[in-house]
Design a protein around this ligand. Structure first.
Ligand SMILES: [Fe+2]
Length: 144
């Protein structure tokens, strides 16, 4: 899948253009490189996809904030990805309707390759892009 990749922090713009400024690290537009294979999907590498494709689970009623909040839980892989110093998930980037909204940074060993956010949005396409330090960026998508 095509994207514009920030050479500084690995953020991938998925809205079809490079931003004026990276929303994660602030790097200028000149730091972005267009890549036709910026993000992998199950179609690209079937064998690797089960440990890399973000799996998104939504709870319509949030246990913390109650009504008006949708919990979005994400785990990396239908089979859990390793969290070893030499092989781990570096971050999860969340997008709503192809626009960046948040990054969760993960460190190896003490955390599962997973994260959660509390959404105000009542509709839209949610995308999560994870970055594996060895196998690159993978995307999962669900409608809120
Ligand atoms: Fe990996």
């Amino acid at each position: 899948m095509k994207g514009f990749v920030c050479k500084v922090c690995g953020f991938v713009s998925i809205n079809g253009s490079a931003p004026d400024k990276c929303p994660v690290c602030g790097a200028p537009k000149t730091s972005f490189v267009e890549n036709q294979n910026a993000i992998k999907t199950a179609k690209d590498e079937v064998k690797l996809s089960e440990k890399h494709t973000p799996v998104i689970v939504m709870e319509r009623k949030c246990g913390l904030l109650g009504e008006g909040c949708t919990d979005v839980h994400v785990k990396i892989g239908s089979v859990e990805h390793p969290t070893l110093p030499e092989h781990h998930i570096m971050h999860l980037d969340f997008y709503l309707d192809n626009e960046f909204i948040s990054r969760i940074i993960l460190t190896p060993e003490k955390l599962h390759p997973a994260g959660a956010l509390h959404f105000k949005a009542v509709s839209g396409k949610l995308s999560v892009v994870e970055l594996c330090n060895i196998h690159g960026a993978w995307i999962g998508e669900e409608n809120i």
